[in-house]
Design a protein around this ligand. Structure first.
Ligand SMILES: Nc1ncnc2c1ncn2[C@@H]1O[C@H](COP(=O)(O)OP(=O)(O)OP(=O)(O)O)[C@@H](O)[C@H]1O
Length: 911
């Protein structure tokens, strides 16, 4: 990590300096300010130093001068000046190493100029750190730390290079002789270097010019002169050598110039260019410039003899040691063959052939290229899931807020407006939950007596029965914040998110206490832990972790903490027992579908918002009678649907007709006017429905018929008969069941009697009959042969929990019951064949027949009607003498089969 960032840092600093370095070279090319020339002039003008012309000659003869220097090093000739502190002289091979980085410079001109500076460097010495870096480079042990030292070293050297040679101080004005001409000449030639010189003197008194030694007066004069000059130039004192002074332009230029080659020592440029085989041959191979070829998979790197290349192509980048050419090959064999042919053509003797090596790192690179993206993606996913999973604690937010609870909060501002008066038809449940309200409102009443308040309650019941509504009403009555969340919101694709969200939810709730948490559909997370454990797919660790967290959090409340947890579910039977134990969800409140009275009350609640002129008592009673099995949500939907139908009809208020149409629509689905039946099909449907109607009319225990229709409706129903089921059907006896089954078979039997063949239309009837008969045998103990036994036949179980012989007995009993119902039906319909014809023909004419039509066609039903039926369907609209309410023009299918809910006693008003 550190390596990468240091590298970037270094690159960053290198790039902005590059433009600075280049102008510096351009400046030096022009006569006035070539740094190399200026440096040479300033630093080596001593009595013993070579004259500028000689120097120039020397510059042109670089190799010799290098050799000389090397010899000088070896022979240690007397030096003209002392080394600056911290500087060392480079050994020949170190200097040669340093020089290789000249190749990093893009143009030959720049290389030549930098070479001048390097010659200075050779004389001046280099900071010890640079020598160490060079040695590390030679040993292949360069580090990023070295890279960070480069700017300091470059500017330290630049500062030394731009400092006048003490030898040249001899050319300062001779203050002992006050000859103005000399002063002027010397001053003009050296004015630029004076401040630096002063700094140098202060820093290194031992380097004072020899001429000044022993001459205190002239020293003082000279100091005064230098100071005056510095003040004239407005320059501050030069900092000690090695410390960069930004105002010293020359130091800047030289420092920047040095930076580039120095950096290329640490970061060899990655520049490379692809060439073709032909280019390789023409430009390098044929000219003997290729030193080595390195095969790396399908590419070959060309290693050139840099010195030879520099001589041949002085302006080419190829001379740069960090620049590489490469070319692609199809196969290694083909490449080797081609290379051999080329060398044969060139007549290269076998012993001097170009060495070819095969690099192994290509393999790693190839592997990285192939699997890198996948590894990266997998790594990212693991990282994200770890992060998401690790987001524990109350804050829970973390990356993307995965661990945060999604609970909607209703507080005083967004207060829950629902009150208990809005919840109808569940008085027992309301009484139970009322206690929570008192606890939240006046906790001291309970605490005073040492009573512990239940932590929470599970509200269970079929969908739409008002569980959420009741929880909201509890919050509304208590006037406390209400957190509503669905169990499924704890489930996320990331491991640990569920538990984290639970933590977050409870932490927020504690902060807002007193308050209510409502977890809807808690079965999504609260399913029994043993449930998934069997052979059916294994356990679900994530769900269990979430459940455990809920259990822990509920345990974590202390008795005085006023946080009530309510949970809603349709499946209390599958909940984990640990949830239900005292101290957690202590109360279990079951909310069933509303009774007749409950439906009436719910209709009253929802009708408050509806504009209707109907008598409320009669309306709600009739609607409640028409909607057995409706849950609160169905009722709310039916009322709203009625208002929509009335609005569509531009009615001034919602009338009974609209309500009944709405109920039919909710039960039977949309009328399908587009489905046009052929005459024969229509006739079959009419006789089928007439068969049902006749059964319903003449069987004593059958449900009273409300209407029959042959208008298609909903999914696949071509016609139907609507009955008023016997109250809420909490209990049904065998007679009722047999009559209902016989009535259900009436359609098919009628077809058999009236047509030479039968149709597929009775399939659903058979399904209902079979299910009823099976339930009678296996669950309701209504078969003498099998007796009062309950046979569970779970579809998910592979094996039936009873013997094969029992299964056969069940089958035969079911068949017997259905056969009996069939016989009963056939006997009736054969006897009433004429009546079927009458009803069917009337149906074909009118499409819908009401109860009144049937009375007209068949005479009054001979069996006494039920109480509600008499009260709400007496055609008087609840008032004596009032005109009968118009009956809906559509009808719908029967609300089906009997409800097997035989476990609860009907309330008084149900009987
Ligand atoms: N007892 C009731 N009194 C008045 N309205 C009710 C009643 N029960 C249900 N409703 C109506 O039905 C709507 C839906 O009810 P709610 O969401 O409470 O049902 P639920 O039992 O929570 O359903 P689910 O089990 O599908 O979550 C309520 O907004 C309300 O309009």
């Amino acid at each position: 990590m550190f390596r990468a960032s240091a590298r970037q840092l270094a690159r960053c600093s290198r790039l902005p300096l590059r433009p600075l370095a280049r102008p510096a070279f351009r400046v030096v090319r022009f006569p006035q300010t070539a740094p190399a020339a200026a440096l040479a002039a300033r630093r080596f003008k001593s009595t013993n130093s070579p004259k500028p012309e000689d120097e120039h000659d020397n510059q042109n003869k670089a190799p010799e001068s290098q050799n000389d220097a090397g010899d000088a090093n070896k022979a240690a000739p007397p030096r003209q000046r002392e080394l600056p502190p911290g500087f060392v002289l480079l050994a020949e091979e170190e200097y040669a190493e340093l020089k290789t980085f000249l190749g990093a410079l893009p143009s030959p001109q720049q290389r030549a100029e930098m070479e001048e500076i390097f010659k200075e460097v050779k004389e001046l010495g280099v900071p010890e750190e640079l020598r160490d870096i060079l040695r590390a480079k030679m040993n292949g042990q360069l580090s990023m730390k070295d890279a960070l030292k480069i700017p300091r070293i470059a500017f330290k050297m630049a500062s030394e290079l731009s400092t006048p040679n003490p030898e040249t101080q001899t050319k300062t004005p001779d203050f002992t002789s006050n000859k103005p001409g000399e002063e002027g000449e010397a001053g003009s030639s050296q004015s630029q270097q004076q401040p630096g010189a002063e700094g140098q003197q202060q820093q290194k008194p031992q380097q004072k010019p020899r001429q000044q030694q022993g001459n205190g007066q002239s020293q003082l004069k000279q100091k005064a002169y230098l100071k005056q000059k510095a003040e004239q130039k407005g320059e501050s004192q030069k900092p000690p050598p090695g410390r960069f002074n930004g105002s010293d332009t020359l130091t800047w230029i030289i420092g920047a110039a040095l930076l580039y080659p120095f950096y290329s020592m640490i970061f060899p440029g990655e520049s490379s260019r692809e060439i073709t085989w032909q280019e390789l041959r023409k430009n390098f191979l044929d000219r003997g410039l290729v030193e080595k070829l390195v095969v790396m998979g399908s590419t070959v790197r060309v290693e050139l003899n840099r010195d030879a290349v520099r001589n041949m192509y002085p302006d080419s980048q190829a001379a740069n040691p960090n620049f590489a050419y490469y070319f692609s090959i199809g196969s290694v064999d083909a490449f080797e063959r081609r290379l051999d042919e080329a060398q044969n053509e060139l007549g290269v003797p076998t012993g001097e052939r170009i060495p070819v090596s095969y690099a192994r790192e290509g393999m790693a690179a190839n592997l990285l290229m192939a699997f890198g993206p996948t590894v990266l993606l997998v790594g990212l996913l693991v990282w994200v899931s770890r992060r998401a999973g690790g987001m524990g604690g109350g804050s829970g937010g973390g990356m993307f807020g995965f661990g945060k609870s999604k609970a909607k909060m209703f507080n005083h501002d967004s207060a829950v407006k629902v009150k208990f008066s809005d919840v109808a038809g569940m008085d027992e449940a309301k009484t139970e939950i009322m206690e929570f309200v008192s606890f939240l409102k006046t906790p001291e009443r309970f605490q005073r007596l040492g009573a512990k308040i239940p932590r929470g309650a599970i509200l269970s019941g079929p969908p739409g029965t008002g569980k959420t509504l009741l929880a909201k009403a509890t919050a509304g009555e208590s006037a406390v914040p209400f957190f509503s969340v669905s169990g499924s919101e704890f489930v996320e694709m990331f491991v640990g998110v569920g538990a984290s969200r639970v933590r977050d939810l409870f932490a927020t709730a504690r902060k807002n206490a007193p308050c209510i948490i409502f977890i809807d559909e808690i079965d999504a997370v609260g399913k029994s832990r043993s449930e998934g454990g069997g052979f059916r797919g294994g356990g679900n660790d994530e769900r269990e972790a979430t459940l455990n967290q809920i259990l822990t959090e509920m345990d974590g409340f202390n008795t005085s903490e006023q946080v009530v947890v309510l949970a809603g579910t349709n499946r209390p039977d599958i909940l984990d027992q640990a949830l239900m134990r005292p101290g957690r969800f202590d109360r279990h409140i079951h909310i069933d579908r509303p009774t007749m009275k409950g439906r009436k009350d719910i209709f009253k609640v929802h009708l408050q918002k509806i504009l209707t002129k109907e008598d409320m008592d009669y309306l709600t009673g009739r609607l409640a009678a028409l909607t057995p099995g409706f849950a609160g949500a169905d009722i709310a939907n039916a009322v709203n649907e009625a208002a929509l139908i009335a609005a569509r009809a531009n009615a001034a208020s919602v009338e009974m007709l609209h309500f009944e149409q709405a109920i039919e629509r909710v039960v039977g689905g949309l009328e399908r006017k587009s489905l046009v039946l052929g005459p024969e099909e229509k006739r079959t449907v009419a006789y089928h429905e007439a068969g049902h109607a006749i059964c319903g009319w003449f069987f004593r225990w059958a449900d009273p018929l409300l209407k029959v229709s042959i208008i298609p409706r909903g999914q696949g129903a071509l016609g139907y008969a609507q009955y008023l089921p016997s109250g809420d059907a909490y209990l049904m006896n065998t007679n009722q069941l047999m009559d209902r089954m016989a009535m259900t078979l009436g359609g098919r039997v009628s077809e058999e009697i009236h047509f030479p063949t039968v149709t597929t239309g009775a399939s659903d009837d058979f399904k209902k009959v079979t299910r009823m008969a099976t339930t009678m045998v296996t669950q309701w103990g209504m078969s003498e042969k099998l007796g009062p036994l309950h046979f569970e036949n779970d579809q998910n179980q592979l094996h039936k929990p009873f013997a094969e012989s029992t299964a056969q007995a069940i089958d035969s009993e079911v068949r017997r019951i259905v056969d009996e119902a069939y016989k009963q039906c056939k006997e009736l319909l054969l006897a009433k064949k004429k009546e079927i014809g009458i009803v069917a023909e009337e149906l074909l004419r009118k499409e819908v027949l009401t109860r009144d039509d049937l009375v007209r066609l068949l005479g009054p039903r001979e069996w006494p009607e039920k109480e509600e039926f008499a009260k709400f369907f007496d055609n008087r609209g609840g008032q004596k003498g009032a005109p009968p309410p118009p009956f809906p023009t559509e009808s719908t299918d029967s609300p089906s089969e009997p409800q097997p809910a035989l476990f609860e006693k009907p309330t008084d008003d149900e009987r």
